[in-house]
Design a protein around this ligand. Structure first.
Ligand SMILES: [Zn+2]
Length: 230
């Protein structure tokens, strides 16, 4: 296990778990929680969750790509604003579509959203749509499509980076649609980015992002950062 209790902990006696306290001050023996004492299990789990290895496993491609490190050049304002709003506890929406040209900071914002969610104690996964479609193809051969989809349907925040109309067979597109339908029905935060025109998105996907009760769309009109820097 990548995390551990403190063997000398006075609260849990090194076991790592304790019974939570009920409001009347009596321990609730039906439940256990990670020991919250200093240097014990809960702190260790939190440190692990902030750790590089854990972060990489969630598909985050740049751990340095935080909101603070983002350079909000002209054109990125709306995408930046919505990305930051999405991670707030009191967010007014849960689905976000960011579209615009290649290399203009969309992936940086996705990394920042995922990093912020994880540091808020929520599960988050980021996957490029091309990789997702290859994972789906592989899962079909190993009969594990349901497991793959269950994981992506259940994670609190899912970021689907770089959607392209050219990706995926009809079957893969149908599974992608099933994933989005499930997440929309469960009202789980979901981010999609693309450098295509949003009119190229299938109606069923686009219409959900156009639902103002739950979604926002940000056009990122900034040029390629690499050219901007020159
Ligand atoms: Zn303890």
């Amino acid at each position: 296990m990548p995390y551990s209790p403190n063997p000398g902990c006075p609260l849990c006696k090194g076991i790592g778990f304790v019974h939570p306290w009920r409001e009347d001050g009596v321990p609730n023996y039906r439940d256990i929680i990670p020991c919250p004492a200093r240097s014990c299990l809960l702190e260790s789990v939190r440190a692990y969750k902030r750790g590089e290895l854990f972060i990489r496993k969630q598909g985050i491609t740049g751990t340095e790509q935080t909101f603070d490190a983002f350079d909000p050049i002209p054109g990125t304002e709306k995408a930046f604003k919505y990305a930051k709003a999405l991670v707030q506890e009191e967010a007014q929406f849960i689905w976000l579509l960011i579209y615009g040209g290649v290399g203009n900071g969309k992936t940086h914002l996705c990394n920042a959203i995922a990093l912020e969610m994880i540091s808020n104690g929520k599960s988050a996964r980021m996957v490029s749509v091309a990789d997702l479609f290859s994972d789906l193809r592989r899962s079909m051969r190993s009969h594990s499509t349901d497991d793959l989809l269950a994981e992506l349907k259940g994670v609190f925040l899912l970021i689907l980076d770089d959607w392209g109309v050219e990706y995926g067979s009809d079957w893969e597109q149908a599974k992608f649609d099933e994933l989005l339908t499930s997440r929309f029905a469960s009202a789980l935060p979901t981010v999609l980015t693309t450098n295509k025109d949003i009119l190229e998105l299938p109606d069923r996907i686009r219409s959900r992002f156009e639902d103002r009760r739950l979604s926002r769309i940000a056009y990122d009109s900034a040029p390629d950062y690499r050219k901007h820097a020159q």
